[in-house]
Design a protein around this ligand. Structure first.
Ligand code: AQP
Length: 344
């Protein structure tokens, strides 16, 4: 992979990110990405997508897909993304995503895409039976970002490698077409305490929508009782909470819970350990569960209100698609020209 430094890019600074409507969003999605989406609105023009074309790489779900998209839109708005300031839209409503993805298929090299670890994780042992779409997922992701010439992409740590691929595709496209500043090389915005939230049951696996056990994650829609029960049953060990960061070594599940507490309360891990160090999990876990419930229950309530109001959500999504097209279509027209495609 190249670690290319771009010559001066003069285009607007723009944020793009997306989430898959594969299942309900969880705490990892919130702390790793959605919370950043909200904050970035004060600084940048922001475009937030619901990536339904990515969701179908795993398998068809025609009965639920549209409602799942609405649920993700509701989560964005309930968490604080303002549809008046930011663009919220569904990927498939802007056809240019797939057109640019094809062009990028002709830019990306097989070796680059074959290195992507997420494909290996998601495809599991039987990669031959995976869809070609799942393999090509990171190329479509590059198209999502670069269709808007986005300069910044807030994501969790699991997306770091895909973002590097997007940068490589942008760089190669620019080089191949002798257009050094055509696409920006998008910067991942990953840092922060919530960048990698792990499963509540296994500190070596990330918290994930697709984990078959609901007990491994906190869903944004979980109520206070469900949160308490999941946190109480979260894997820990018989030792008390350590008093300093060194004491977290080799205790991945404990490190995860302390990290969640720090991320949700916007405190440093050291400060959380100063408060709870030496205390047992019988004290720490209820405090964590109450903190989480206090943070998430207003979001869950607003999500419920919004998902019941399909007309309002659909109006937000229609308006968002229009705003997204207004940015994407002129950029796609430029791409077609740079590539030399016929236009009447
Ligand atoms: N555990 C996590 N910790 C921090 N950030 C996370 N993200 C996902 N899991 C964690 C971030 O959430 C954003 C949206 O992710 P996605 O919808 O594209 O799905 P994903 O990255 O494939 O992970 P999920 O949500 O667990 O879904 P499945 O189970 O379907 O793989 C991204 O910015 C991601 O980094």
């Amino acid at each position: 992979m190249t670690d290319a430094v771009q010559p001066q890019y003069k285009g607007p600074q723009r944020v793009f990110s997306g989430m898959q409507p594969t299942n309900g969003l969880h705490l990892g999605n919130y702390l790793g990405a959605l919370q950043k989406f909200v904050r970035l609105q004060d600084q940048y023009e922001c475009i937030y997508c619901i990536v339904d074309l990515h969701a179908i790489t795993i398998g068809p779900d025609p009965q639920n897909l549209a409602n799942r998209c609405r649920e993700v839109a509701a989560a964005y708005v309930a968490a604080g993304v303002d549809p008046k300031r930011s663009t919220i839209f569904i990927q498939s409503a802007v056809r240019e995503h797939t057109e640019l993805a094809w062009i990028f298929n002709c830019v990306a090299r097989m070796g680059w895409v074959e290195r992507m670890t997420q494909f290996k994780d998601k495809a599991g042992k039987d990669a031959q039976r995976s869809s070609v779409g799942l393999f090509d997922y990171p190329v479509l992701q590059a198209a999502d970002i670069l269709l808007y010439k986005a300069t910044h992409v807030p994501v969790g740590e699991d997306q770091k490698q895909h973002l590097e691929l997007s940068r490589d595709i942008a760089q190669k496209f620019n080089n191949d077409h002798d257009a050094p500043n055509f696409f920006p090389l998008p910067e991942p915005l990953i840092q922060g305490p919530g960048a990698r939230i792990m499963s509540l049951r296994d500190g070596s696996k990330k918290m994930s929508k697709s984990d078959p056990s609901d007990m491994t994650r906190i869903n944004l829609t979980d109520d206070a009782d469900a949160i308490m029960s999941k946190i109480k049953k979260a894997t820990t060990d018989p030792l008390p909470v350590p008093e300093n960061k060194e004491g977290l070594a080799g205790r991945a599940e404990v490190e995860n819970l302390v990290g969640i507490f720090a991320a949700v309360t916007e405190r440093r891990v050291e400060d959380v350990l100063a408060e709870f160090g030496g205390k047992g999990f019988g004290v720490f876990k209820p405090a964590l569960a109450e903190t989480l419930a206090a943070k998430l229950s207003p979001i869950a309530a607003e999500m419920r209100r919004l998902t019941a109001d399909t007309a309002t959500l659909d109006a937000i999504l229609r308006d968002g698609a229009e705003k997204a097209r207004a940015v994407a279509q002129p950029i796609m027209a430029e791409v077609r020209e740079v590539v030399g495609l016929w236009s009447a």
